[in-house]
Design a protein around this ligand. Sequence first.
Ligand code: LIP
Length: 283
Amino acid sequence: MTEEQSEVTLEEYLHTALKIARQAGNVAKEASLLDKQVETKTSTADLVTETDKRVEELVISQLRHHYPTHRFIGEECAADGGKYPELTDHPTWIIDPIDGTTNFVHGYPFSAVSIGLAIDKTPVVGVVYNFVMDQMFAARKGGGATMNGTPIHVSKCTEPTKAMILVDTGSTKKERLLQSKFDVTYKLAKEPNPVESFRCIGSAAVAMCSVACGIADGYYENDLHCWDIAGGDIIVREAGGVTMFPTGDPLDVMRRGVLCAGTQELAAKLVAFTKQLEFPNTI
Ligand code: LIP
């Protein structure tokens, strides 16, 4: 294990990320009460506000101050730069300043600052702060997962018929992606072994943390980015759950989807369907 991955160092990274996420969340929460300037990005449902940009700048500048040799991938910088960011083995902070921007715009209470640190391309530290509900989810490799400092655990559900599953229509308007998501969800919703219930909450990071703390049993999506899932990935795994690409392959945060569940058994039963999902061509 390198020094960067030692427990002491990871704990220190987590501590820093927690402080910055709280500060960023406070800025976003204050802004949530004011009028918002909303612009669109890749589709009419892919929104960005001036607060997303401001919070991202704050998070990256603070992290860079602490870790000048680390790399950074932020949702809004990526949108501005035009070129899809590259993830290397180097320690890289992956930031979504407001995951659930549409919720933020509408006042629907699932919006979070998401910060993940990947080393060797795998998240080892994650913080997801739902600043509306004041719920701070956190984890580091080997340290367990917490919400507001209290340990959290996934549910033990193994059967789709007893599971609450989260999915999202997302911001894509591409027919191929939407059709495959609705087809898969329809197959999972009907007899002979239907999923008990589906919910949409509009934030991948909060959805993953909902699985991590056991209020949902699983979640899948086929049009995400690394910033939506990097923080949540380690939180789910440290809470005892599993994360993967919806085909059943190991999770690669640079591929454009995720499936997570409280148990391997439930994940395998979902993968039998989610492996039919289509994904964006961009890596
Ligand atoms: C959003 C996600 C949401 C997903 C959307 C979008 P944003 O992130 O978290 O769950 O379905 O496609 O990516 O744009 O609010 O940061």
